[in-house]
Design a protein around this ligand. Structure first.
Ligand SMILES: C[C@](O)(C(=O)O)[C@H](CC(=O)O)C(=O)O
Ligand SMILES: [Mg+2]
Length: 489
């Protein structure tokens, strides 16, 4: 692409009116994007793959289906997933944390790894797909049609403010990614033991929006078609870092009863639970409506678009004895109590949809009521908006829900979801496959390997998993190069 064209705001304008970009509402201009561009574009791989991903989502949406995938753990899983017919791959932050990180410190999913961890994983998986397709072509195995699968990756909370987010997005585009999700969580504060009644902690709506806009700006700077997925954790959130944004007011909780001490002085888990019970937490609007039903309409009209602090002043002018305290439930970190739920997720998704291609309310278990309400909430405001759904756990092992589980994909498709993924499925599959194979080798030695590992693998034509493929067939590429180099003259 000639650099005059690439750097001309008019060419960016033209691109923004193309089908993949026309629905995005950007708060910045083409001039700004042009001025931030490097002289040459560098996104060929990612763009080709991202357009392929967009086609997949369009097709499933038209056919009223949902694209299902799970996490790819390494190049072998990537090849197997292509062979069995998956159309997309998911690179999970959690699985990257469990298996390898850029700082070589595997561990639980805290999203505390350095921000190049997931892009590096994507690079490895993407390049392994290129290698497999090149190998198949050179060897004439008839598998050169085996598709390169678009990769969707986990960008977590962006790992910092806008400059870090933009660098992360740049790494993703360079990695060959086709889509990524960015969320509204505070980085690195997950608790796995539920201590202090703490689940997800989220940032205010405006900070979330700024993250998404920073990501989109970087994609625009790179002329990238990569799919931006806006994930919100508002459904499971228990706390928020700030009350500054008026859009968060319906979900911020305050004490309606004045207690002798604040939440931070309550001791232990049970003391904290008791404090919350006694404080009778509620949102400002609910509290005012309960204590002043006759004044509520007046209050509500006066305080549209006001945050909790401003609206509380208005409430006190209307009723000087009104008590509602959003400071007293603050945690020792300063976080405010938050009423998570599907309404909160809808509120965030409806504005995130303006700047992203797909919205996703992250929950860890399937809940048909939540899936339906979220879909209605989003589709009422943004008809046809792409939506994602994840199921991490909650699969009953006793068979009691088998029939329901079978119908989930078609239910989600009928609600308009286009992408359904099992974030930990790849890890479970790799673990189970390894356990069965390793058990056979350990218990039955060489014969166990022959009868229960290598022979079934050959029977399944699991090319990517066989040493033959990696050594002999792939080795042909190196041999061809050696022949081409010859004796050097
Ligand atoms: C989807 C997710 O972001 C991931 O990293 O795979 C995780 C999965 C999990 O920890 O359950 C998430 O939902 O936060
Ligand atoms: Mg994650």
């Amino acid at each position: 692409m000639a650099s005059e064209y690439w750097l001309a705001p008019s060419s960016i304008e033209q691109w923004w009116s193309s089908p993949s970009q026309k629905d995005i509402k950007r708060p910045y201009s083409t001039d700004t994007v042009a001025s931030l561009r490097d002289v040459f574009p560098e996104n060929h791989h990612s763009n080709a793959m991202a357009l392929k991903l967009r086609n997949i989502f369009e097709k499933v949406q038209n056919d009223k289906l949902v694209n299902l995938t799970t996490s790819v753990i390494d190049p072998v899983t990537a090849q197997v997933m292509a062979e069995v017919g998956f159309e997309t791959l998911y690179v999970s932050g959690g699985m990257s944390a469990n298996t390898d990180t850029a700082t070589d410190d595997p561990g639980p999913d805290l999203a505390d790894y350095t921000y190049d961890t997931v892009p590096k994983k994507v690079t490895t998986i993407y390049r392994s797909q290129l290698l497999h397709s090149r190998t198949a072509r050179v060897n004439g195995t008839g598998k050169h049609d085996l598709p390169l699968l678009p990769i969707i990756a986990d960008a977590d909370s962006g790992h910092g403010q806008h400059t870090a987010i933009m660098k992360l997005v740049k790494l993703f585009v360079q990695s060959g990614v086709s889509g990524f999700h960015l969320d509204d969580l505070v980085s690195g504060v997950k608790r796995h033991d539920g201590k202090d009644g703490l689940s997800s902690v989220i940032v205010p709506s405006n900070e979330y929006l700024k993250r998404l806009v920073a990501a989109k700006l970087q994609l625009d700077i790179m002329g990238s078609e990569v799919v931006l997925i806006a994930r919100t954790d508002a459904e499971t959130a228990t706390h928020i870092t700030s009350t500054i944004d008026h859009r968060d007011r319906p979900f911020i909780l305050g004490a309606t009863v004045e207690l002798p001490h604040h939440y931070i002085h309550a001791e232990g888990n049970s003391g904290k639970d008791e404090w919350k019970r006694e404080a009778k937490l509620s949102t400002l609007d609910e509290a005012f409506k309960n204590s002043n039903p006759d004044l509520y309409d007046n209050f509500s009209n006066q305080t549209k678009d006001l945050n909790v602090s401003e609206a509380l002043s208005a409430a006190r002018k209307l009723d000087p004895s009104f008590y509602w305290n959003y400071e007293s439930p603050r945690t020792s970190e300063g976080w405010y109590a938050y009423k998570g739920g599907v309404e909160a997720a809808i509120s965030r998704a409806t504005f995130a949809a303006n700047i992203s291609d797909m919205v996703w309310a992250c929950a860890h278990f399937y809940n048909s009521d939540v899936a339906e309400r979220f879909s209605k909430g989003v589709q009422n405001v943004h008809p046809g908006k792409w939506m994602a759904y994840n199921i991490t756990g909650g699969f009953p092992q006793d068979g009691s829900a088998d029939n329901e589980i079978k119908t989930i994909p078609s239910k989600l498709a009928s609600l308009g979801y286009v992408w359904l993924f099992l974030p930990i499925g790849g890890l479970t599959a790799v673990g189970l496959g390894s356990k069965l194979a390793m058990r056979a080798i350990k218990d039955e030695g060489l014969y166990g390997y022959l009868s229960q590992v290598s022979r079934p693998a050959a029977a399944h034509h699991a090319d990517g998993t066989s040493p033959e493929w990696w050594w002999k067939i792939m080795g042909k590429l190196a041999d061809d190069a050696a022949d081409a180099i010859g004796q050097g003259s």
